[in-house]
Design a protein around this ligand. Structure first.
Ligand SMILES: [Zn+2]
Length: 87
C-alpha cells in the first residue's frame, strides 16, 4: 500500500488501493470493532474497483490487498475447473 497523504479523521482509517494507489477513508468494520483485524471494500476509483481485503496496519493507517490474493495467501481459495472459487 502506498503511503497516504490523507489527513486524519476521527473514527476513520486512512488507506490506499494496493492496485491503483487511489487514496480513501475506511470506516471500521464490524469485525474490527470486535477486535478482529479484518475488513473489506471496493476501491472507489471507477477505473479500478478492485475488491480489497483491508487490515489496520498501525494507528489509523489501513493496508489493502486484492481480496483474491488474501484468499490465496490464507489458503482459502479452492481451485476448480472453471476458475477459482472461494469457500
Ligand atoms: Zn484501486
Amino acid at each position: 500500500m502506498p503511503a497516504t497523504t490523507l489527513k486524519p479523521i476521527e473514527g476513520r482509517l486512512r488507506s490506499a488501493c494496493s492496485e491503483c494507489g487511489a487514496e480513501f477513508y475506511v470506516g471500521l468494520s464490524i469485525a474490527m470493532r470486535c477486535g478482529i483485524n479484518t475488513g473489506h471494500g471496493t476501491c472507489p476509483n471507477p477505473n479500478c474497483q478492485t475488491f480489497l481485503h483491508i487490515e489496520i496496519l498501525e494507528g489509523d493507517a489501513a493496508w489493502t490487498e486484492p481480496f483474491r490474493e488474501y484468499l490465496k495467501r490464507t489458503g482459502r481459495l479452492i481451485p476448480v475447473e472453471d476458475g477459482d472459487v472461494a469457500e
